[in-house]
Each structure stands twice: as C-alpha cells, then as structure tokens.
Design a protein around this ligand. Sequence first.
Ligand code: CA
Length: 226
Amino acid sequence: MRHNGAVHERVMVVEDDPELRRHLAASLTEAGFDVAVAATGSRALEVAAKEPHPELIILDIGLPDADGRDLCQAIKAQGSTAPVIFLTAREALTDRISGFGAGGDDYLVKPFAFAELHVRIEALLRRPVVATDSSGIVLDPLAHGISGGNRRVDLTPTEFRLLATLMARPGEVVRRRSLILAAWPDGAAVSENTLDVYLSRLRHKIREIGTDSTIVTLRGVGYRWQ
Ligand code: CA
C-alpha cells in the first residue's frame, strides 16, 4: 500500500507478548515504517517522549504494568498527538468503547491479519488505500470516498470501515461477526440484518464507480471481496 519509500513514519508498538511484538515490528518495518517497540507501559512513556516522536501508536490494552487506556491518556498528557490503535483480546470486547473514550482512534481485536492493521494505519495517517487486486479502486480516508476510473462516490464512516476491512483481505472470507466488530465500535449490539442493509448499500455504491469487483456473500459463512 506504500508506493514509495520517501517517508518513513515512526510507529511505536506497545505489546508485552514477545512473539506478537516481534511479528508486528518485522511486518511494519517490511511495510516501510520506522518502528520503535516497548514491552511495558513505563518503557512506552520513555519512547514516546524521545525524538523522533512516534507519529502513530499501536497499543495493547492488557499490559503487565499498566492499563493501555490509562497509558494512552498518559502519553497524550506528555503532548503526543499521534493517533492510537488499541489492540484488545476478544474477551475484553466490552472495553472497546471506554478505549475510545481514553483517546484511542481505532482498535483491532486479536487475532487480526496484518493487512487489516495496515489498512487502519494508512487510514489514520490519512493516506489513500489502493486495492491490492485489479479493481483499480482507491479508498480515500481523508474524504471517506471510493474512486475508480474517473468516478468517485462518498462513503459513510461505517461503509468505509466495512470496505477497508474486506479490501484488506482480498479473496479471503471475512466472517459476519468479524466484519460487524470491525465496522462498529459497539459491534456486539449490531444485528446481521443491519449488516446486510449496509452491505447492500455499499455494493450499490461500488457498482456506481463501474468496477467488476464486488462483495460476495457466502451464505452462513461470511463475505469476500473479489
Ligand atoms: Ca497483553
């Protein structure tokens, strides 16, 4: 999704699980970011205060010495304006709304595909997300729109999140529940009928820009961008 190596934004990963921390650091470096890591809240505060300051922070909510939400507030109190993506365990889903209250800009439920994280990062850094398939579709996080060829259509924030989640995993099945949780902060309360209404509107908008790519429904399983 990053087409030139001119800019290397600094991203800080705060995660106590050594395996996940290493995996994220390696994947982000591979994607062209300048990565700093911290395994604890106290280390994260030090790293965030030092030059170069992180421009985006990926923050695990469950840390050994701090609650990620308190840590987020502490980092912001130090003067950081970097957007924050919370990582949360599935068991802690009810925490997500208070996570947003604590100054988080987005969240991902573990386990997640790196492509999904990457799309969220690009969106928060307000860069266009280009489809990795042949559709030629570009998602514009700045204007919440999609374009292809010479046409462009506006999306609502929820439609944007739905499409970004599907486009992050081209050809892969995304389960209904995962899609709901990715698109709505209070996903637990969203019915599958509501999801269907949103997807049908989204398919209509995708057709308007004149591409063959679409969201395919696999009955009882989920959805696929193809
Ligand atoms: Ca943890």
